[in-house]
Design a protein around this ligand. Structure first.
Ligand SMILES: C[S@@+](CC[C@H](N)C(=O)[O-])C[C@H]1O[C@@H](n2cnc3c(N)ncnc32)[C@H](O)[C@@H]1O
Length: 226
């Protein structure tokens, strides 16, 4: 079995057993190879926009003898890909704006597909776009890799509950506040907002909301203390 970083392992573990998977922006195809070797996926379509990554993907697939179950395709996002290619779509290691451009050009993902998203930037913008455009974030979890914390979103088409301004950055509190890494993630978001707060009223408002969440969680933690 190939070894995945903790970020990619957390992404791969979101894939349901027996899924057919599309891995968009596969790069080295580590996730597709792991999914096939572990028996979690029945088949994988691994795509990338650039030829270089597809060459490394082909080399790894060859080396691991997983070619019978993994198809490679050069394409931009989900162009030329449809529901017949997979019931689960992974987008990992890309900016949130790239992800939302890819998802918005593939309306079929709203009807039945499971999207597993690991955005590296513009996460609030991505959450906002999803919930305003007919998607519901079903669950989120945080994973630590090389000292950084990454959120992973499970998304399907559906009607979303409302998010507060802070929840667009943290994820829905009901879904995320019990995550063991949440306090640390909130502190990092708080530090960013604190830097911008003197210049931007929106950042100052976010900072207040983060502080209120932090106080509530600390109070809840200490509630049983004597
Ligand atoms: C940083 S790598 C991430 C690789 C892997 N998914 C991961 O999480 O480690 C981003 C990959 O996405 C590809 N990519 C970027 N934009 C893309 C697009 N619009 N469509 C398909 N692939 C894209 C890049 O060529 C690159 O191989």
């Amino acid at each position: 079995m190939i070894h995945l970083s903790s970020r990619l392992a957390a992404v791969a573990e979101q894939v349901p057993s027996g899924a057919s998977v599309v891995d968009v922006g596969t790069d080295h195809a580590m996730v597709p190879v792991w999914l096939v070797q572990s028996g979690r996926a029945s088949r994988v379509l691994a795509t990338d926009i650039r030829p270089g990554p597809l060459q490394s993907a082909a080399a790894l697939i060859e080396k691991t003898g997983t070619g019978e179950h993994i198809r490679l395709m050069r394409t931009d996002g989900l162009t030329g890909v449809g529901p017949e290619d997979g019931d689960t779509v992974i987008l990992a290691g890309m900016g949130g704006e790239t992800m939302l451009a890819i998802i918005s050009a593939a309306a079929w993902t709203k009807t039945g597909a499971l999207l597993i998203l690991e955005p590296q930037s513009k996460r609030a913008e991505l959450r906002r776009w999803l919930i305003e455009n007919g998607y519901r974030i079903q669950a989120e979890r945080l994973v630590e890799d090389a000292g950084r914390v990454y959120p992973i979103l499970r998304v399907r088409g559906g009607v979303s509950p409302a998010y507060s301004a802070a929840e667009l950055h943290t994820g829905l509190l009901d879904q995320i506040e019990d995550d063991p890494l949440f306090a640390r993630y909130l502190d990092a978001l708080r530090a960013q907002a604190a830097k911008a707060a003197p210049f931007y009223p929106a950042a100052a408002a976010l900072l207040e909301e983060y502080d209120a969440i932090k106080r509530r969680l600390e109070h809840a933690d200490g509630a049983g203390d004597i």
